[in-house]
Ligand binder design. Structure first.
Ligand SMILES: O=C(O)C[C@H]1C=CC(=O)O1
Length: 91
């Protein structure tokens, strides 16, 4: 199942999150290598990203997102994706 996910990060001013950001990057790379985090794009001008996750269940996605190191500082919006009948890949 594919999910479009928007993550907006807001770090409280003055908080040192250097280690957390490094841990987040390591986890993001791990999930990409595993084929779970299939797209990761920066939203221009924001500390935000658009991502696509490929997971088996809603619960799996929730577990992944809620254990990201930066999760306590994120606002997350999830949109489930379905196949579009006019998608070339679906012909
Ligand atoms: O930078 C972000 O958008 C937040 C988060 C997502 C991947 C990562 O390395 O950090």
């Amino acid at each position: 199942m594919l999910f479009h996910v928007r993550m907006d990060v807001a770090i409280p001013p003055g908080l040192d999150v250097t280690d957390r950001v490094a841990a987040e990057k390591a986890r993001a790379l791990e999930l990409q290598r595993a084929g779970v985090w299939v797209h990761l794009w920066r939203i221009v001008g924001r500390y935000s990203n658009f991502s696509v996750f490929d997971v088996a269940t809603n619960d799996e996605l929730h577990d992944i997102l809620s254990t990201l190191p930066l999760y306590p500082f994120m606002k997350i919006e999830v949109t489930p994706l379905a196949t579009h009948p006019s998608d070339l890949a679906a012909q």
